[in-house]
Design a protein around this ligand. Structure first.
Ligand code: NAD
Length: 364
């Protein structure tokens, strides 16, 4: 029997509520697919500040280090917003986790199920049948981290400097992640750059084109980022995997989340340099936050957290059949007309967090 260790970091707000449903679903999956999943819970975020004095206690980091993957809820809330910025939950927990585990690849699927196209701000005629796009964003390089960076004065005038820098090896490793993901999906990668203006874009395009030769079953095309921003809205169904550097990926993945329509449905993965037997160590979390406005009411949508667990099975454990089963169960329950408040519409049945989780678990 294959066994995996999972660090459970539920965090704040709706985090613990939706995490309970992800665990319920994983409990069913391990029985059906002959897996042994060992869960270790650890504090993170605001609750960790309250209980341990720090958003990412050393003990939590130890649990993560000893695990094969981290299943993360979300952190933060009004209670901790008055702390100095570098002590606030998101900054003091997520950024150090990203850094510690060198999480360089951010994967954000934007899936709009056929039954939920009305929730998208895009005209239904453009997205009939739904869409399924995966954004693969480079997370540790580019403009956000390049040096020099800072502000100074020149001729009595304030000047700001950010440096965009990519090494070929950084582009290669994120390109491999994108092509491997495409192999298991629609076999198409659209690489984003600004090669008509930026030297970084020229190197990006040349490197991705070379890596593509190792993936003969995947089609590669290139788009300038400005055109990509338009095409994603005009025809999201034309995309499979979108590969982008840090800044462009940050912007495009948010655009894609918006056109998918429902934040409570969108998972994400951040994969690290550490390789596992069948994938990479990673941190898996919903795209949304702690939703303080609905926390504690039992009405949050647990699907983003459940699909984050599915991504963990797929990308860290290589358990594609188990991941497919979860994804299919989510589709079935949506097709059956169950909806949490955020995706409810006339003619469907409104359910709470636990009922949605139980229905998905039962559909596996
Ligand atoms: P949010 O994503 O928490 O909420 C935005 C809106 O989406 C709210 O109306 C909320 O009710 C709704 N929503 C989000 N997830 C939902 C779900 N699963 N089911 C139903 N509705 C859902 O964003 P925000 O309000 O900007 O931030 C709230 C807190 O979360 C802040 O403290 C912020 O710092 C934190 N945050 C944390 C993360 C993270 O941990 N990665 C990410 C984003 C925001």
């Amino acid at each position: 029997m294959k066994s995996f260790k999972i660090a459970i970091l539920s965090g704040d707000g709706i985090g613990p509520e939706v995490m309970a449903e992800a665990r319920r679903v994983l409990g069913v999956v391990q029985g059906k697919f002959g897996l042994r999943l060992d869960f270790t819970e650890a504090h993170v975020g605001g609750i960790a500040i309250d209980l341990c004095g720090h958003a990412l206690p050393e003990e939590t980091l130890r649990v993560c280090r000893e695990s094969d993957a981290i299943l993360f809820g979300s952190v933060g809330g009004p209670k901790w917003e008055t702390l100095p910025p570098n002590q606030q939950p998101e900054r003091a927990a997520l950024l150090p986790l990203r850094k510690h585990f060198a999480l360089f690849a951010n994967l954000r699927p934007a899936v709009c199920l056929p039954a939920l196209t009305h929730a998208s701000p895009v005209k239904e005629s453009l997205i009939a049948g739904g869409f399924d796009v995966l954004c693969v964003r480079e997370l540790t390089g580019g403009l956000y981290f390049g040096q020099p960076k800072g502000q100074h004065e020149e001729d009595g005038e304030p000047v700001a400097v950010d440096t965009m820098i990519y090494r070929r090896s950084e582009i290669e490793r994120i390109a491999h992640v994108a092509f491997k993901a495409a192999q298991a999906r629609g076999k198409k990668v659209t690489s984003i750059d600004k090669a008509n203006v930026l030297e970084n874009g020229v190197l990006w395009r040349r490197t991705v084109t070379e890596i593509a030769k190792q993936y003969a079953d995947v089609t590669l095309n290139h788009l300038y980022v400005d055109n990509a921003a338009m095409q994603l809205i005009k025809n999201p169904r034309g995309f499979d995997v979108v590969l982008a550097e840090n800044l462009f990926g940050d912007i495009l993945s948010d655009e894609m989340a918006m056109i998918a329509g429902s934040l409570g449905m969108l998972p994400s993965a951040s994969l690290g340099v550490k390789e596992t037997a069948a994938g990479r160590f990673g941190l898996f979390e919903p795209s949304g936050g702690t939703a303080p406005d609905i926390a504690g009411k039992g009405i949050a949508n647990p699907i983003a957290q459940i699909l984050s667990a599915s991504m963990m099975l797929r990308y860290s454990f290589g358990e594609n059949a188990a991941a497919d089963a979860i994804d299919a169960a989510v589709r079935r329950v949506i097709d059956d007309g169950l909806r949490t408040g955020d995706i409810w519409s006339e003619g469907t049945r409104r359910v709470g967090t636990a009922e949605m989780g139980a229905a998905i678990a039962a559909a596996i």
